[in-house]
Design a protein around this ligand. Structure first.
Ligand SMILES: *[C@@H]1O[C@H](CO)[C@@H](O)[C@H](O)[C@H]1NC(C)=O
Ligand SMILES: *[C@@H]1O[C@H](CO)[C@@H](O)[C@H](O)[C@H]1NC(C)=O
Ligand SMILES: *[C@@H]1O[C@H](CO)[C@@H](O)[C@H](O)[C@H]1NC(C)=O
Ligand SMILES: *[C@@H]1O[C@H](CO)[C@@H](O)[C@H](O)[C@H]1NC(C)=O
Length: 531
């Protein structure tokens, strides 16, 4: 053997021995931590992460679904997206348009000095509308994350049609909302009213008050934790009433500029001529489908024409008078659980049906329960607020029940209808808190359906118009996406009312005007009494 070859053999042997030794020590040190789990992975020297639980996996999927192009946290205001300098053009313009066709609009965003933006993440509301026909339909937006977006619209009525593109928040404002959602869960707080032997004390309460001396409470239905600062002179079990506390001013003056109302929900100017859409007999498959659970929700999910909502999910009906509503609800027990936007539905039905009378339950407070019965047609409609965190007037702790525990206390009554919603009061908290609440509700829904698969369960989606108290439609759409995904595998109905508020001619409002509420309730009734 040549000396050089010998040298190579020697080096290789050394390498082999060293490699073996190295590997052995790796296994040694690894096995000290995981004595029963030595496998091939140990070769790389990296310890495997423990397998994620199904809950962790679901949460990760949900967070992926709500992923957004989050801009860098803003520096100078002048560099953020401005509705004044941004613009849009109609792609592939044609001399005429026909119902059933889609059109596309290219949105180009610029900063306050008119310089093109190079990243995405802006939040828009886009719609087609016709004031004379009281018509409106939402479009959908695609973000190319380079300062351009396309908005796509379906032409669904004949005649004059205009385009509206509103910048709800700049991507910089979204970055602030996104950051504060997780970093400041204390931005909204609550009061706990303690009382015993004539002594009273009011303290701060929330899901968590880290590092503070607290009393802990656990919900019977879901096991969820709630805490109040420990009262100075009273025991934890003298917690009597809950109320809204207040909002903390968590934004500095720079941040406030990005979220100020003069830069929120602003129309991007344009001088496009209205489109003239020719009529045609478009086939609207949804129009022939009975309104039942589990139907796919297309985008757009419907549109307004003469102020009436025409669903593209199924053949929805319009209930012209009280007696048509009463004959739909006859023989049924309708239980509603949720927030004040669902209470509006209860109020509408009670106002609309003369034979339906509210029973005074002698509650001083507005979280209910509210009960109305129609003895002529033999049905009842009840609403009660979902559990804390409620930003509502003072209410007895004992009158606040979680949706999960309410569902667990309902049996297999004939013709029972459950309608619930859960959204607005969770906006300002990290998404995980919302997911945990919905999980508790979803488990209870499954248990209820095991007892009686015939029960109709309807879930009201979020609506647009939350423009105050740290709120934003962007925070709402994030939660709404989570809710739709979490209930997508169950035989329940999602009542999609998001677009019913986002494309109506009235200004958006967290508590929509009567004309919208009537359409929402009619959609609900269409699913309760499909024709
Ligand atoms: C933005 O991205 C889209 C899609 O990749 C591309 O078609 C377009 O040319 C880009 N625009 C700019 C201004 O970079
Ligand atoms: C409440 O008052 C009663 C009678 O005055 C007394 O016996 C009791 O110890 C008091 N309870 C507390 C918790 O202070
Ligand atoms: C406001 O807060 C941001 C962090 O979001 C920080 O970068 C900025 O310096 C603060 N501005 C002022 C004026 O305090
Ligand atoms: C549309 O349908 C109606 C009734 O079915 C028919 O009378 C009319 O001719 C159709 N119009 C067109 C443009 O096809």
């Amino acid at each position: 053997m040549k000396p050089s070859l010998l040298w190579i053999v020697f080096v290789c042997t050394l390498c082999f021995l060293f490699g073996f030794f190295y590997r052995f020590t790796q296994i040694e040190s690894f096995s000290r931590h995981y004595p029963h789990e030595i496998h091939e992975d140990t070769q790389s020297g990296s310890s495997p992460a423990p397998a994620p639980s199904p809950e962790d996996k679901e949460l990760q999927n949900l967070l992926t679904m709500t992923a957004w192009n989050i801009a860098p946290l803003p520096g100078a205001f002048q560099l953020s997206t401005s509705h004044r300098t941004s613009s849009y053009t109609l792609l592939h313009p044609r001399p005429t348009y026909t119902m059933g066709e889609t059109i596309e609009v290219l949105i180009t965003v610029k900063d306050h000095k008119g310089r093109p933006k190079t990243y995405g993440g802006d939040f828009f509301n886009v719609k087609l509308y016709s004031a004379s026909m009281k018509a409106g339909v939402s479009g959908s937006v695609q973000d190319y994350n380079n300062g351009t977006y396309t908005a796509t619209f379906l032409l669904v009525w004949p005649g004059e049609t205009k385009i509206s593109v509103r910048l709800i928040h700049s991507s910089e404002a979204i970055a602030i909302l996104h950051e504060k959602r997780d970093s400041r869960p204390d931005k909204v707080y609550f009061h706990g009213h303690f009382q015993l032997n004539g002594t009273r004390e009011v303290v701060e309460c929330n899901f968590d008050l880290p590092g503070r001396d607290v009393c802990e409470y656990y919900d019977a239905g879901s096991g969820e934790k709630w805490v109040c600062l420990r009262p100075k002179n009273l025991p934890c079990n003298s917690y009597r009433e809950h109320s809204s506390g207040g909002n903390r001013d968590i934004l500095n003056n720079t941040e406030k500029q990005f979220l100020s109302m003069s830069f929120t929900d602003q129309e991007i100017p344009n001088n496009l001529k209205p489109l003239n859409v020719l009529p045609t007999n478009i086939s609207r498959d949804g129009r022939r489908t009975k309104c039942t659970s589990g139907l796919p929700i297309p985008d757009p999910s419907g549109f307004y024409y003469r102020d009436l909502w025409e669903s593209l999910v199924c053949s929805n009906q319009h209930f012209p008078d009280g007696s048509s509503v009463a004959s739909c609800l006859a023989g049924k027990s309708v239980y509603m659980f949720g927030d004040s936007t669902l209470r509006q539905w209860w109020e509408h039905i009670v106002d609309f049906v003369p034979s339906l009378k509210q029973i005074d339950l002698h509650l001083e407070h507005n979280p209910g329960p509210l009960l109305a019965v129609d003895t002529e047609h033999n049905y009842l409609v009840q609403w009660r607020a979902h559990q804390k965190p409620l930003r509502m007037e003072k209410t007895w702790i004992r009158e606040l029940h979680s949706i999960a525990s309410e569902l667990d206390n309902l049996g297999g009554r004939k013709d029972m209808v459950i309608v619930f919603n859960c959204w607005a009061h969770f906006l300002t908290f990290p998404i995980e808190i919302y997911v945990r609440r919905l999980r508790g509700i979803r488990d209870a829904v499954k248990r209820l359906l095991e007892h009686n698969p015939k029960i109709k369960i309807l879930i009201k989606s979020a609506n647009t118009g939350y423009r105050f108290d740290h709120g934003s439609d962007w925070l709402s759409i994030q939660l709404d996406t989570v809710m739709r995904a979490m209930f997508s595998d169950l035989p329940v109905t999602i009542l999609d009312v998001w677009q019913m508020t986002s494309c109506h001619r009235e200004p958006e409002n967290l508590h929509p005007p009567k004309v919208i509420v009537k359409n929402e309730v009619d959609l609900m009734l269409s699913f309760i009494c499909p024709s």
